[in-house]
Design a protein around this ligand. Structure first.
Ligand SMILES: Cc1ncc(COP(=O)(O)O)c(C=O)c1O
Ligand SMILES: N[C@@H](CCCC[NH3+])C(=O)O
Length: 417
């Protein structure tokens, strides 16, 4: 069920009129739905009920403490890529034994902290990282639980910037080289080989690339068993896409059932790292029209949200739906480019959108819960927007709007001569 829908001619977030949120908290602003986060997480957890599994929400998609806390309360695991994400999960009440640590460039201090708190597993991406982890674990006198992230060389059929499972990508260990690296890992005194991991890309809208990758990974698991290396868990990463426009990705249930069919009766715990499919459609970004500027060539609606607030359109030419909060019928629909105040031609949130607009109108950029606020910046010295979470008929400020003082706090002029 969509938690952002029209009622009585205006957009609601759960039980709250979005226009009231704009009145009370200003724009631009990110608005999340607690129920949407919960429903999206449960779709994974329920499809895996009855067999060993761990759904590790990919923190990078939206790392707000309230989001992590809502998911932690449901018993979620977490996929992290930095010690910063680790500390966020811990502060939000996440269970360290349900955390997997991914990422190509883990620092020794990050490994140490993760070992101290007892994360579930490190997803290791290179020989050199194995050596580093073995040394750090040795210093602490512990054994580090390890999975190798393999690169299965499959085409995820997604945007090149968010495809990660091809040979030419920086991620993972070439699957053909994996048996050698597993043998090395198994011989290291401070490592405990537990699993295999792969993540082939993001915003995948069909199951075939996942199944191609899975077939290759299962062949590896079977070959390792013959070499005496037992793999206990299989982490298939994240990557399931969402509907931004007309895409029709499989539901988490269909995607999971397809994978379980291939896994068959192998005794493997299934670990998943969904980010976008839990967070994207649990949020909108609210923005207001400042000016309408029509030229001979284009119609620009200049809005108060910009590329610094949401960079996906500028970075990937990503398309996200932009809808009126209070649709109007007193002016004609026209084609508008929705552009922000930042001094870049690439500062747009949408182009050629058919909308009936007047200055002061509120717009909602949909599917903004993932890779939205987390990728925001202070470019042009703009304060980042607040994050608000709706829960039923209540709205909570889960991150305050930044102030100029927040931005300047860490900067210093040179001392006087
Ligand atoms: C290792 C890893 N796991 C999980 C994710 C989450 O992916 P998504 O948001 O597409 O589910 C990513 C990002 O693509 C990733 O790099
Ligand atoms: N940030 C990207 C996805 C990257 C996925 C992270 N591995 C997006 O907005 O689509």
């Amino acid at each position: 069920m969509d938690q952002f829908s029209y009622r009585d001619g205006q957009l609601f977030a759960e039980q709250v009129a979005v226009a009231d949120i704009a009145r009370d908290f200003g724009t631009p602003a990110y608005v999340y739905s607690r129920a949407a986060f919960e429903n999206h997480y449960r779709a994974y957890d329920e499809a895996l009920a009855g067999r060993p599994h761990l759904v590790c929400y990919a923190v990078k998609a939206n790392s707000n403490l309230a989001v992590l806390n809502v998911l932690a309360r449901l018993g979620a695991g977490f996929d992290i890529v930095s010690v910063g994400e680790l500390e966020r999960v811990l502060r939000a009440g996440g269970d360290p034994s349900r955390i997997v640590f991914s990422g190509v460039g883990k620092q020794p201090h990050e490994m140490r902290r993760a070992l101290e708190v007892g994360v579930r597993c490190f997803n290791v991406e290179s020989d050199a990282e194995l050596d580093r982890l073995n040394a750090v674990a040795g210093d602490l006198g512990v054994k580090a639980p390890v999975s190798l992230r393999v690169n299965p060389d499959v085409d995820a059929g997604t945007h090149p910037y968010i495809s990660t499972g091809l040979k030419e990508n920086k991620f993972g260990i070439d699957i053909t080289d994996a048996p050698r690296v597993y043998a090395r890992a198994a011989a290291m005194p401070h490592l405990d080989v537990q699993g295999v991991d792969c993540h082939i890309g993001s915003q995948l809208t069909t199951v075939e690339p996942f199944l191609d990758a899975l077939d290759r990974v299962l062949a590896l698991v079977d070959a390792l068993a013959e070499d005496g290396i037992t793999i206990r868990h299989l982490d298939m990463g994240g990557g399931l896409g969402v509907t931004y426009d007309q895409e029709q990705p499989p539901s988490p249930g269909d995607y999971i059932r397809a994978m379980l069919g291939r896994i068959g009766d192998r005794e493997l715990e299934l670990v998943l790292e969904p980010g976008r499919s839990i967070a994207a459609n649990a949020g909108i970004m609210l923005t207001r029209v400042e000016f309408l500027k029509c030229t001979e060539h284009r119609n620009f609606a200049i809005i108060d949200g910009a590329m610094n607030d949401m960079i996906r359109p500028a970075l990937y030419s990503a398309w996200q739906a932009i809808i009126p909060v209070q649709p109007r019928t007193d002016v004609a629909e026209q084609s508008w480019d929705l552009v922000g105040p930042v001094c870049e031609t690439g500062d747009f949130l949408g182009k050629d959108r058919r909308l009936a607009l007047a200055p002061g109108d509120l717009l909602a950029v949909r599917s903004a819960g993932a890779y939205g606020f987390v990728m925001s910046s202070n470019y042009n010295s703009r304060n980042r927007p607040p994050e608000l979470m709706v829960d039923g008929d209540r709205v909570y400020v889960v991150r305050e709007r930044e102030t100029l003082e927040d931005q300047l706090r860490h900067e210093h002029c040179l001392p006087d001569e």
